[in-house]
Design a binder for this molecule. Structure first.
Ligand code: AHM
Ligand code: MG
Length: 339
C-alpha cells in the first residue's frame, strides 16, 4: 500500500527553523507549546456540550463583556503552556486588563512576548459555531532577565515574528506564518497531531464573498455603504453580485474568505466608534497572515501592520481579505473621505 508522507507541525517547525539564519530552538519550543495548548482547548471545545463548562461564568472581562467559561479555560491553558515553555516572559490577552508577567524559572530569560485572544467569538459557543484562538509573537525589546515592559507588547504589527490562529470548527486547524508564507495544519485526532494539510496558502486576488454585520448598516461610513451596494450590483463581467457570508466569528469568517477569496469588514459603528476588533491581538495577527497569503489589511486609512498601538486593548476599524476587493473598498473609502 502506498503511504503518504505526513508532516506534523513539530517536524515542520524544526525543518523551517533550520532555514532561518540565526534561529534557535527557543522560538520552535514556543510554537510547540502553542500547539499543545491548542490541542487541549480543542479537547474541551469538543466536549463542551457534555460537561458544565458552557455558559457564562458570571464575571466580566476588561471590556465589560460577559466571559464564558470556555474563555476562561482557554486563557488559563494558553497561559500555562506559554509559561511552561520557558521561552516567553509575558503575555497580553483579551481576558486580562494588564500584561501577565512570567518571572519564574527560565521564563524570566525568555526572549519572546505573546499577545493573544485565547477564544475569539465565544458568544457563539452555545450554538456550536466555530470559535478560534488568535496569537502573535514578538521579540521583546527590554533586556532578558528583567520583567517585560509595556513597550514589548505595544510593537507595530510589522515587528511580529510569527502569528497564527486556531479554528475549532468541523475540524480543528492551526494556521500560522513566521513571515515566509502561510501554512495550515489540521488536527488528526487519531494520532493527536497537527498535520500539514494546507501548505503555502495563497488567497485568490479577486474574491467574490463579502462578510459584514449588515445589521449595523445605518451607522457605517458612507464609503462602506456604497461598497456594499457595489457588491450587490449585477455585473456578470466582474462576477457580481457577490455572495454575502457572515458567521460573527472572526477566525471562521477570515479563514473561509482566505481559502475562497473574499473581504471581511468591521467598520466603526455607533456601538463601537473606534471599530470593534482589537488591534494588538486580533487585527495584527490576522493582518500578518493576510499579507503573507497575498491579501491586504487596512483600517481604511493605514496598513494595519504599521499602526503604532497606543494601548493593549485598542480597537480599530478592520478591512481584510483579497487584494482586489480591499483595493476597491479603499477607493470607495477615500472617495468619501472615510467618514
Ligand atoms: P469577542 O472577542 O468578544 O469574541 O468579539 C470579537 C468577535 C469577532 O470574532 C467577530 O468578528 C465579531 O466579534 C462579531 O461582532 P458582531 O457580533 O458585532 O458582528
Ligand atoms: Mg476576540
Amino acid at each position: 500500500m502506498l503511504m503518504h508522507k505526513v508532516t506534523t507541525l513539530n517536524q515542520f517547525i524544526i525543518e523551517r527553523q533550520a532555514e532561518i539564519p540565526g534561529a534557535t530552538g527557543e522560538f520552535s519550543r514556543l510554537l510547540h507549546h502553542v500547539g499543545i495548548a491548542a490541542k487541549k482547548v480543542h479537547r474541551e471545545v469538543n466536549k463542551a456540550g457534555l460537561v458544565d463548562i458552557l455558559g457564562r461564568v458570571g464575571t466580566m472581562n476588561v471590556q465589560g463583556e460577559n466571559q464564558q467559561k470556555l474563555d476562561v479555560y482557554a486563557d488559563t491553558i494558553f497561559m500555562d503552556e506559554l509559561r511552561a515553555s520557558g521561552e516567553c516572559c509575558g503575555v497580553a490577552t483579551e481576558e486580562n486588563e494588564g500584561v501577565v508577567v512570567f518571572d519564574e524559572g527560565g521564563s524570566k530569560e525568555g526572549k519572546y512576548v505573546v499577545c493573544m485572544d485565547p477564544l475569539d467569538g465565544s458568544s457563539n459557543i452555545d450554538a456550536n459555531v466555530p470559535v478560534g484562538t488568535i496569537f502573535s509573537i514578538y521579540r521583546r525589546k527590554s533586556p532578558a532577565g528583567e520583567p517585560p515592559v509595556m513597550e514589548d507588547f505595544l510593537q507595530a504589527g510589522t515587528e511580529q515574528l510569527a502569528a497564527g490562529y486556531v479554528i475549532y470548527g468541523s475540524s480543528t486547524m492551526l494556521v500560522y506564518t513566521a513571515g515566509r508564507g502561510v501554512n495550515g495544519f489540521t488536527l488528526d485526532i487519531s494520532i493527536g497531531e497537527f498535520c500539514l494539510s494546507h501548505p503555502s496558502i495563497l488567497t485568490p486576488a479577486a474574491g467574490r464573498m463579502y462578510s459584514i454585520n449588515e445589521g449595523n448598516y445605518i451607522n457605517f461610513p458612507v464609503g462602506v455603504k456604497k461598497y456594499i451596494k457595489y457588491c450587490q450590483e449585477i455585473d456578470a463581467a466582474s462576477g457580481r453580485p457577490y455572495t454575502s457570508r457572515y458567521i460573527g466569528s472572526l477566525v471562521a469568517d477570515y479563514h473561509r474568505n482566505m481559502l475562497y477569496g473574499g473581504i471581511f469588514l468591521y467598520p466603526r459603528t455607533n456601538a463601537y466608534p473606534e471599530g470593534k476588533l482589537r488591534l494588538v491581538y486580533e487585527c495584527n495577527p490576522m493582518a500578518f497572515i493576510a499579507e503573507q497569503s497575498g491579501g491586504i489589511a487596512t483600517d481604511g486609512d493605514r496598513r494595519v501592520l504599521e499602526i503604532a498601538p497606543g494601548s493593549l486593548h485598542q480597537r480599530v476599524p478592520f478591512y481584510v481579505g483579497s487584494r482586489g476587493m480591499v483595493m476597491k473598498l479603499t477607493e470607495f473609502l477615500s472617495f468619501f473621505n472615510n467618514i
